[in-house]
Design a protein around this ligand. Sequence first.
Ligand SMILES: [Zn+2]
Length: 86
Amino acid sequence: MGEFRLDGNAAAGPLREVFSFEVTTAQYSCVGCGRTDRLGAAMVYEVRQLGTIVRCPSCDNPLIRLAHNREGYLVDLRGTRYLTTG
Ligand SMILES: [Zn+2]
């Protein structure tokens, strides 16, 4: 299999495509319990001053944490094994 090491900028195109996908139909896999489901079916909590947390409906594991301040957004995906676009 051919694998080439490129500058990080080479990932800009594919990443732009990935991060503009339809989020509600995307599938997640939970690090906590292995559940896979549509992101639109997960539970979302707005935390005042902090941002948004998307939790797994099975085990309450935080799948995605979204924080924002004046500089921009911080996306923490540690609770998600992977995301697939629908
Ligand atoms: Zn879970």
